[in-house]
Design a protein. Structure first.
Lengths: 493, 162
């Protein structure tokens, strides 16, 4: 095993591997930055190019691209409140306020460091988990999936920034939108006979709309000069302070990375949930009222979880051929196209490729974070572009991002509708984040609930140890603000 | 009763969710249960929100549901600032309408023209008419941005609209 690991490690230092790694990381960064073009797109684009390549090098190129996407997405999330990928949404909560305060460099520094270290953490867990992967993955059943989705919905209670009543309304709206399309039994609902809507509303269009377009409308209507409110970027709180902040909050980083890895291991839950849960955990543990209005810990938590998740997602992908995320599903396709069968055989027949993949993931994250740190100051200049110039560019790139998702014009219409809706939601105090969380988790929760009811009966929620543990976590999460409040009141007395 | 723009927004959401609940009744029990429950609860919350915002009696009685950090109804304002706010509001509304028209225009261009051409035309017109940018800036931004779109979507992704 160790000999194969060393072989995989050394294969990264071949010139061709280094070149593929850098190309992959650069492309991943670019596709992460572009709203609507995430990991699956860059992988789908690269797969045909890899046909003539050696399988190990092809996997290095693809893994590097996949690993670089989350950090690329965080750049626009921080600078423009436009998450490049859905899994960067929580990064906007504190990243963008920091950019508006002129601390974009600090936020980018923290995001780059947390991303790289998060990926390393995820991969270490992956290496440790490979021998026991089967039992970990199979431990999760239908009720646990439902409870995980429910746990995600509780995030709304802590990210609503006090406007809990309106956040609940936004949650209801998000859940209602998530009901559009097939229900778990295959019945088509609320589509008005439009075949496009049978698969549900495109999440990419919603995210582009409520974040990118809505934010640009808001900035344009406000009539400010640029994204940075103060007009000048802070020089004292630069990139290095962001890097240092990750080490200063190492406990938070570890907790967030653990969340990311665990969520990654569970197939189908995805990076969005990891992102939100890590943010929620940070909000619960950080005793600071300013959290949510530009706190560096609000960047560290979701970014660590985002990248740690990739290591976790590889566990079911390589161990059983069950994709842990949409990126992994495309990567799985690439494995098969190159004659590599994922699952137990991979660990026996192509163990060198397995380790090349693992080390490429770490290397890609380090490369892309170094690029991020080196060019962070250049990236931050984007926040100084006048809004009147920036707004039409964001509208145009958002339109192209929405169109490129499936190539349907209706995706563009939806992005514009959600853009206007998002603007008015922000204007009248309804949480856009709650809407997105509910939309993401609504389908997952409904499906898992239905499957539990059909396969195990509703009693399964309270008879299985893992479900009971998750119920306990949910109660703790919901009760935590009250406990803290009581503690602080006692402290005042 | 004092109905404002935010109340009209809430009424529109009630109508949207209400129509979904209405249509949900035509589906089998398993498929309609959650939409009806969630829809009914959301409409109930919206009605309370509307009552709080439009009827002062409810606003006072249910004040504990409102959050104090973000105040949308400003109080203790003198007439002068009210006048200024009205002017500011009308400016904002005018900008909101203009930007929505520009988005519609971009959509129409993308529907009828090739996307590279549509983006170029949108940028040229927006930057000139709305942003009042200088011709040099206008051309430079349009050419560079459209070039990037062309390289990425046409050359690299070979993207075709369906």
């Amino acid at each position: 095993m160790w000999a194969a690991a060393l072989e995989g490690f050394y294969s990264l230092f071949e010139l061709s591997s280094i070149i593929y790694l850098i190309i992959g990381a650069f492309l991943g960064l670019l596709f992460g930055i572009m709203p609507g073009l995430g990991g699956p797109t860059v992988l789908a684009l690269l797969i045909p190019i890899t046909f003539g390549m050696d399988p190990a090098q092809a996997i290095i190129l693809l893994t590097a691209a996949m690993g670089a996407v989350p950090f690329g997405g965080s750049i626009t999330a921080i600078l423009l409140n436009t998450p490049g990928t859905p899994q960067n949404v929580a990064t906007t909560f504190d990243g963008y306020p920091l950019a508006r305060q002129g601390k974009a460099g600090m936020a980018l520094g923290a995001a780059a460091t947390a991303s790289a270290l998060g990926a390393v953490f995820g991969v270490i867990v992956l290496l440790l988990l490979i021998p026991v992967a089967r039992s970990v993955v199979l431990a999760f059943s239908y009720p646990d999936y439902f409870l995980l989705a429910f746990l995600g919905l509780t995030v709304i209670a802590v990210v609503s920034q006090g406007e809990l009543f309106k956040a609940l309304i936004a949650t209801g709206l998000g859940l209602m939108i998530s009901f559009i399309g097939y229900d778990p039994e295959g019945i088509i609902r609320f589509t008005n006979d439009n075949p496009y809507l049978t698969e549900g509303i495109s999440l990419v269009s919603v995210i582009i709309g409520v974040f990118a377009i809505a934010e640009m409308i808001e900035l344009y209507v406000q009539g400010g000069g640029s994204v940075v409110q103060s007009g000048t970027l802070s020089k004292t709180t630069g990139v290095m302070s962001g890097v240092v902040s990750v080490f200063k909050n190492f406990g938070l980083f570890i907790r967030s990375s653990v969340i990311g890895t665990v969520i990654g291991v569970i197939p189908g839950v995805g990076g969005v949930v990891a992102n939100f849960l890590a943010y929620m955990q940070a909000k619960q543990t950080v005793k600071d009222e300013k959290f949510g209005t530009g706190d560096i810990r609000g960047v560290i938590a979701p970014e660590s979880a985002n990248n740690a998740k990739d290591g976790g997602s590889l566990v079911p992908t390589v161990a059983f051929g069950i994709p842990g995320s949409s990126e992994m599903a495309v990567l799985l396709g690439a494995f098969i196209l190159h004659g590599i069968e994922p699952g137990p055989k991979l660990m026996i027949q192509h163990v060198d490729i397995l380790y090349a993949l693992i080390f490429a993931l770490v290397a890609a994250n380090i490369v892309v974070s170094v690029i991020g740190l080196l060019f962070a100051n250049q990236f931050t200049k984007l926040t100084l572009v006048p809004i009147r110039i920036l707004a039409p560019l964001v509208f145009a790139i958002s339109a192209m991002g929405a169109l490129a998702t499936h190539g349907y014009f209706i995706d563009l219409i939806l992005a514009f509708i959600f853009g206007v809706l998002g603007y008015f939601m922000k204007k009248y105090g309804y949480s856009r984040i709650a809407l997105v969380i509910a939309l993401v988790l609504g389908t997952l929760a409904e499906t898992a609930f239905y499957q539990t009811k059909q396969a195990l009966g509703l009693s399964a929620f309270v008879t299985q140890p893992l479900s009971l543990t998750l119920i306990g976590v949910i109660i703790l999460v919901l009760a935590w603000p009250f406990i803290q409040n009581r503690k602080s009141k006692r402290g005042v007395r | 009763m004092n109905i404002k723009a935010k109340d009209i927004f809430a009424i529109l959401i009630v109508m949207f969710i209400g129509s979904m609940v209405f249509f949900a009744f035509q589906y089998p029990p398993q498929a309609r249960a959650l939409p009806i429950y969630v829809g009914a609860i959301t409409i109930f919350l919206l009605v309370i929100q509307l009552l709080m915002d439009t009827v002062p009696y409810f606003g006072k009685r249910l004040a504990f549901l409102k959050h104090t950090e973000i105040q949308f109804i400003k109080v203790d304002m003198n007439e002068g600032s009210k006048q200024e706010d009205k002017e500011e509001d009308s400016k904002r509304t005018s900008k909101e309408i203009r930007i929505i028209i520009w988005l519609l225009f971009l959509g129409i261009l993308l529907y009828f023209l090739d996307y590279v051409l549509a983006i170029a035309l949108f940028l040229l017109l927006f930057l000139r008419i709305e942003a009042k940018a200088k011709w040099l800036t206008n051309l430079l931004v349009t050419i560079l941005f459209t070039g990037g779109i062309y390289l990425l979507f046409r050359i690299a992704l070979k993207f075709i609209m369906i």
